[in-house]
Design a protein around this ligand. Structure first.
Ligand code: SAM
Length: 297
């Protein structure tokens, strides 16, 4: 135990993460967003943010030297599937795999090139059982990954819950409410799809090396149905129009998606003078739905 009462050492029989990094010479690469978590007490708290892991399959993007991976296994995950782009991390992950027999599956590759639905094959048990995603994401691609997972047309998605680390500013954009500066496309897509909450805030000093900004973990609990029902693609077009000119009134900004913005706004029961930054997630989705039916018709 350290003076602060934080146990920095594992009780899984493996060396501390700092030692693993030294042993395999895992000098952090900025280009891969490598800011590692060495304190297993902290990674254990992150591992618990989606609730009890017993019997669950967990997907982790970017395990690096394996600190969070070890905590996921320690917290009872039946299987952990990791996707890591940096081949230098593979020996460190093999060390974890050897310790946890058949429970860790390492995929060496780029997470951006992997369809989430492909990972369903790792889930054992009932046909409709889903996996969790718990990750300290590489910041450079974190938003892109999140958007691609939420924009997929098959819903409910293959994950039942997620706990994802972002730069604090991005985390705040995900949970932002209408009328705030942070409210925009990311909030709309996230909150239309999932119940989102900030689960934990971390100072930059929690990471090695410390990034320039603080971080936060956001938890996502997907709704069984996204309501009002709409196509994620059309909602994306509507939000791009509305938030691209967020201080403009709807009747002006929506011209980008329809020749008759007033008709659309009236059908949605809104005021044409409303400004984009004040329109709720439900109202945006309702407009997307109306636009979609109009195009279909
Ligand atoms: N999970 C570790 C931890 O918490 O200490 C490392 C997290 S670090 C912020 C991000 C990890 O993502 C790094 O290990 C990096 O190599 C990996 N990574 C970066 N780009 C990736 C990509 N496109 N696909 C998969 N992994 C990637």
């Amino acid at each position: 135990m350290t003076n602060s009462g934080m146990c920095k050492f594992a009780d899984d029989g493996l060396p501390p993460v700092g030692e693993v990094i030294r042993r395999y010479e895992l000098r952090a690469k900025k280009s891969l967003g490598q800011n590692f978590l060495l304190d297993l007490n902290l990674t254990r708290k992150i591992a618990r943010l989606c609730g009890d892991l017993n019997g669950e399959t967990v997907v982790e993007i970017g395990p690096g030297p394996g600190g969070l991976t070890r905590s996921l296994l320690h917290e009872g995950a039946a299987h952990v599937v990791v996707v890591e782009r940096d081949e230098r991390c593979l020996p460190a992950l093999q060390l974890v795999a050897d310790n946890w027999e058949d429970q860790l599956h390492v995929i060496s590759g780029d997470a951006l090139a992997i369809e989430l639905s492909e990972l369903k094959r790792f889930v054992q048990g009932e046909d409709n059982q889903r996996f969790l995603i718990i990750s300290n994401l590489p910041y450079g691609i974190a938003t892109r990954l999140l958007v691609s997972w939420l924009e997929q047309s098959a819903w409910p998605p293959p994950f039942s819950s997620m706990a994802l680390m972002f730069q604090r500013e991005v985390a705040e954009r995900i949970v932002a409410k209408p009328g705030t500066k942070a409210y925009g496309r990311l909030a709309v897509l996230s909150q239309w799809s999932c119940k989102v909450e900030i689960g934990m805030r971390l100072p930059a000093s929690a990471f090695t090396p410390p990034p320039k900004v603080d971080s936060a973990v956001v938890t996502f609990k997907p709704y069984e149905m996204r309501e009002p029902l709409a196509s994620a693609h059309i909602l994306g077009r509507v939000t791009a129009a509305v938030f691209g000119q967020r201080r403009k009134m709807l009747r002006s900004s929506l011209r980008q998606v329809t020749d008759q913005p007033e008709k659309l706004i009236e059908a949605a029961g809104l005021s044409p003078e409303l400004r984009g930054e004040h329109v709720s997630v439900a109202d945006l989705a309702r407009m997307a739905r109306l636009l979609e039916t109009e195009t279909e018709g």
